[in-house]
Design a protein around this ligand. Structure first.
Ligand code: PEP
Length: 236
């Protein structure tokens, strides 16, 4: 089984989601790929109806680790469970770098998701400076150390070098292979590891052929349904 996941980030109204999902369901019929979309919260709750009885799975881009309470602006695992999400993304680099979520907080989020039986897609990846100074493996180690014992069957890890996210720049296929193998070495469980960072219809086939890559997490290119369909077919 391989995975093609689409992270819409802060894009996509309800109307966009409806049109997109109907089009995607008409365009692809994956045989060996699990496809999931991660829309913003406002569109998320409609996904339980939009994807009903289809191959399409859906997840949240983030959540808080408490079940309820005085945490203005946050969404809890109980709320996500209620709408039937298949996954929650934890530790996306935009959460780490823009919203300053640290490794301890991310561990609490993984634990909270597990308490409610929500599988996580845990994201890791180095900055350009860290890659340039040869610190990539150490960074991956630091990002995984608190969760490597608790990530378990059903969870997925996404290796997403920060410098490749939304930049149009991708690592070489050798660099992807090497980093993915480091991530797999660090994990205690045998989990799927996805690559993320400027995946598009032009590089999807090459990336799909890199050994150890179990799928992709796609940002910008997942907003164009025709392009996302091409990426799905590259992995099928
Ligand atoms: C992402 O948001 O996880 C991502 C990889 O973005 P992009 O594909 O736009 O680089």
């Amino acid at each position: 089984m391989r995975y093609v996941f689409g992270n819409w980030k802060m894009n996509g109204t309800l109307a966009f989601a409806e049109e997109y999902v109907n089009k995607l369901l008409g365009e692809v019929r994956p045989a060996s790929v699990q496809v999931a979309l991660f829309p913003p919260f406002t569109a998320l709750s409609s996904f339980q109806y939009l994807v009903k009885d289809s191959f399409l799975k859906f997840g949240a881009q983030n959540m808080y680790y408490e079940d309820s309470g005085a945490f203005t602006g946050e969404v809890s695992p109980v709320m996500l469970k209620e709408i039937g999400v298949d996954y929650v993304l934890i530790g996306h680099s935009e959460r780490r770098h823009i919203f300053l979520e640290n490794d301890e907080m991310l561990m609490k989020k993984v634990e909270a998701a597990h308490r409610h039986d929500i599988p996580v897609v845990f994201c890791v990846g180095e900055t350009l400076e860290e890659r340039r100074t040869g610190a990539t493996k150490d960074v991956l180690k630091r990002q995984l150390i608190l969760v490597q014992d608790i990530l378990s069957r059903g969870d997925i890890v996404a290796y997403e070098p920060v410098w490749a996210i939304g930049t149009g720049v991708t690592p070489t296929m050798d660099e992807i292979r090497e980093s993915i193998s480091w991530v797999k070495e660090l994990l205690k469980a045998d989990l799927p590891v996805l690559y993320g960072g400027s995946v598009n219809k032009g590089n999807a086939v090459d990336i799909s052929e890199v050994s150890g890559v179990d799928g992709v997490l796609v940002g910008g290119a997942s907003l164009k349904v025709e392009e996302f369909a091409i990426i799905i077919k590259a992995f099928d």
